[in-house]
Design a protein. Structure first.
Length: 318
């Protein structure tokens, strides 16, 4: 009987190990910048690629060069900064045109290689009119004011339409977000084979923004959550709960994030977010506020989702 029990235990352990090995990751992520606020060396930018490839798309581009250097330091890449910039990054998905999401793209454009910049119409207009306009910066694009140098192809995304990401096997579908309504930000649903990742640029909660944008987004992705095809959601939390709604400036607190995720769970089914990966972005300094946000999220997480705080330069998988 003892021998049989030991045999059964060994069999169960081996089976569990084999099962866990089958759960292979679908995406790799290298954060080049993870914060909101004043740290210009660490602003929103996340490299995303299908696992076992170097075909990365940059989700926003607040920090590029400093982030690549940090990633090399942390062994995420084994090539030079220039090679990552020119060869590994195949394009940029820009959620909105605020400087903390585009400054790395602008500053590094003279050293970059030809590739595509993707944004919705309003965001692209701001990029062309205020940055790549031959006045504040040379026009490295193929449209807009001044003399286009045609290094970048500016591709406007139609909301809700699946678009191939050039030189990758991924596609993207964009959704509108409110970031101090009526100013628009964007959510990007990136697909690789039958797997997905959702990235949200800056967003306020529906109840404060007087919008249905997040509810519409949750409705669109709920079937993917239910089918376990969505591997994670990148979403911002900029302030602790003490921040008054009138001073959110189109951002989320732990309270508002939890409320929004409850809406998603209602749509996807009870228990659907248990162990689901929520990647928290855009934490704003000072450090005491960041610590407070983390403590509040830990205490309020009644849905059982897995919280990931990305670290600049440290690769992780989804």
């Amino acid at each position: 009987m003892i021998i049989f029990s030991r045999f059964l235990l060994c069999f169960l352990l081996i089976s569990a190990n084999a099962f866990s090995q089958k759960e292979k990751s679908s995406f790799q992520v290298v954060p080049l910048g993870v914060k909101g606020g004043i740290d210009e060396k660490n602003l929103s930018a996340y490299l995303l690629a299908p696992s076992n490839t170097n075909d990365f798309i940059s989700l926003d581009a607040g920090t590029i060069n400093a982030g690549i250097e940090k990633a090399i330091e942390k062994k995420a890449f084994k090539v030079s900064t220039s090679e990552v910039l020119k060869k590994y990054i195949k394009g940029y998905l820009i959620s909105h045109a605020h400087l903390d999401h585009v400054s790395g793209l602008i500053i590094n454009s003279p050293a970059d290689s030809s590739k595509t910049v993707y944004a919705t119409n309003k965001c692209m207009e701001m990029m062309e009119n205020h940055y790549f306009n031959d006045q504040t910066w040379a026009n490295f694009g193929d449209a807009g004011p001044g003399f286009p140098l045609k290094k970048y192809h500016f591709q406007t995304l139609n909301l809700g339409e699946e678009t191939p990401l050039t030189n990758t096997k991924m596609t993207v579908k964009s959704f509108p977000l409110s970031h101090v309504n009526p100013f628009e930000s964007t959510a990007f649903l990136v697909k690789s084979e039958n797997n997905y990742v959702l990235y949200l640029g800056d967003t306020g909660p529906d109840e404060v923004e007087k919008s249905n944008n997040l509810r519409d987004l949750w409705t669109a992705i709920a079937p993917l959550v239910k089918a376990k095809q969505l591997k994670g959601i990148f979403i911002e939390v900029s302030f602790p709960n003490e921040q008054p709604d009138k001073f959110l400036f189109g951002h989320l607190t732990p309270n508002h994030l939890i409320k929004e995720l409850h809406v998603l769970e209602d749509l996807a089914g009870k228990g659907s977010l248990e162990n689901f990966k929520i990647i928290i972005t855009h934490l704003k300094p000072p450090a005491k506020n960041i610590a407070k946000i983390k403590e509040q999220l830990k205490n309020q997480n009644d849905l059982g989702f897995k919280i990931i705080y990305p670290e600049q330069g440290k690769k992780f998988e989804l």
